[in-house]
Design a binder for this molecule. Structure first.
Ligand code: UD1
Ligand code: CA
Length: 437
């Protein structure tokens, strides 16, 4: 069975009150639409997904930029039914059409596969969920025998209908033949003067087409994003889901509610992550790494037994070997640091290659940028760099060399020698008094 997915993503998201099209808002650093597409691409047998785009469409297309997608334009946004009508010319009679909403981002491939495979060939399959707080969603109407008879939108619902807690997540599977029969019949006779896709449920009932409903228990999967408050709630739900997956891989979180992963995290064994850690891009943490509070790591590989933070920032293209210590207020960018090296306080290491067992004193800065170009700094094995040193790149600190505190190093240093760039003229004024004394 080949599935034709259609994702509705043309709406403008007025309730967000932002300039960005709704489906380009992000959860876990990834757009809502990318989340939905990821689930669509993971389905076992599928045609290229169709995405209905419209409001700020060029922006949406260029942000997603994936040639596996068939983009179909909805010029005017006249409702979810009208959106799906635009896809009709590309839907075959014998397709199994899976309809997804671009603002319901966390639906899992597992749930979608279940819906598709459990729905009998001639039936209309749909998800439902029972929410304690159903406000805003379309409500499922059932008759006295509990058979589904239709969906009523919040805005069209009576007070009694608003009390219904079973809601419509907006995910359906139905044959192309049924859609060809039903979509042309939709009307806009409702409060919003829109063509509602949800009306196909009552058409199915009228034509005696069975409705197969799958109730979803994991509510974060079917929660929609209509405003920024729902976006924030879903972000936290998503972050907790990611933390849970990592805990199942053996990561110790001091507090899994205070963790943000906006990308992909690959972990070894016995990794500990303290509170308020943000991981972005692709990051690897080796065995026994300890990431201390308030640390940000982006696009880096961190070797086993390394300790990072608190308050450290590691930026892209950084690789740390084993047993590296980076302490508080240390920033490292585009650098390689070999094993057993320590940068413990208030330093900036950028565009550098740092050897084994190097000690970098507090407040050391690599001056890597001359205003136009970036230059590299090389620090050999066993170098000792005194506090408050500036290394003006391009420069090489020879293996085993020592740099006196407070030096400004503009030339390469020599192995096993002391480099100092200031004259020691410390003076003492005896009998001096503090102002006011
Ligand atoms: C819709 C459902 C509601 C359901 C809820 C689930 C309808 C009529 N209502 O309501 O029953 O409970 O989703 O989250 O379907 N879109 C277009 N073109 C348009 C209008 C919308 O592509 O002309 C897209 C939007 O970009 C969005 C999706 O369709 O991704 C849903 O639209 P939205 O306006 O958010 O519908 P809801 O009011 O949430
Ligand atoms: Ca919605």
């Amino acid at each position: 069975m080949t599935i034709q997915t259609v994702i509705l993503a043309a709406g403008c998201g007025r309730r967000m009150h932002t300039d960005l099209p709704k489906v380009l808002h992000k959860i876990g650093g990834k757009t809502l639409l990318s989340h939905v597409l990821e689930s669509a691409f993971s389905l076992s047998s599928h045609h290229a997904p169709i995405v209905i785009y419209g409001h700020q469409g060029e922006l949406v297309k260029s942000a997603i930029h994936d040639d596996r997608i068939k983009w179909v334009e909805q010029k005017e946004q006249r409702g979810t039914g009208h959106a799906l009508q635009q896809a009709l010319p590309f839907i075959n009679q014998d397709d199994h059409v899976l309809i997804l909403y671009g603002d319901v981002p966390l639906i899992s491939t597992h749930t979608l596969e279940h819906l598709v495979h459990q729905t009998p060939k001639n039936a209309l399959g749909m998800l439902t969920a029972n929410l304690a707080e159903p406000t805003g969603y379309g409500r499922i109407k059932r008759d006295y025998d509990q058979a589904i008879v239709g969906i009523v939108e919040e805005r069209d619902a009576t007070i009694e209908e608003k009390r219904i807690t079973e809601i419509n997540p907006g995910i359906y599977v139905v044959s192309g033949a049924h859609l060809h029969a039903w979509l042309p019949q939709l009307t806009d006779h409702n409060q919003q003067k829109e063509f509602y896709l949800t009306d196909i449920i009552s058409y199915a009932v009228a034509s005696n087409i069975p409705i197969h409903a799958v109730n979803v228990m994991k509510h974060e999967e079917i929660m929609g994003v209509n405003d920024l408050s729902q976006l924030a709630k879903l972000e936290r739900a998503f972050q907790y889901m990611q933390a849970e997956k990592l805990m199942h891989q053996g990561v110790t979180f001091i507090d899994p509610h205070r963790f943000d992963l906006r990308g992909e995290l690959i972990v070894g064994k016995n990794v500990t992550i303290d509170v308020n850690v943000v991981i972005e891009g692709k990051v690897t943490l080796g065995d026994h790494c300890y990431i201390k509070p308030n640390t940000v790591i982006e696009g880096a590989t961190i070797g086993a037994h390394s300790t990072i933070g608190p308050f450290a920032r590691i930026r892209p293209h950084t690789t740390l070997a084993e047993h590296v210590h980076l302490g508080n207020f240390v920033e490292v960018k585009n650098s390689q640091i070999e094993s057993h090296t320590k940068v413990n306080h208030l330093s900036y290491i950028g565009d550098s290659d740092v050897g084994h067992r190097v000690i970098v004193g507090a407040g050391t800065i690599t001056c890597n940028y001359d205003g136009a170009n970036k230059h590299r700094t090389t620090i050999g094995d066993d170098a000792f760099i005194g506090s408050d040193t500036q290394l003006v790149a391009p420069v090489t600190v020879a293996a085993g060399s020592t740099i006196a505190a407070g030096s400004t190093v503009v030339k390469n240093t020599e192995a096993h020698a002391l480099t100092l760039t200031h004259t020691l003229n410390q003076r003492i004024k005896q009998g001096w008094k503090r102002p006011g004394e």
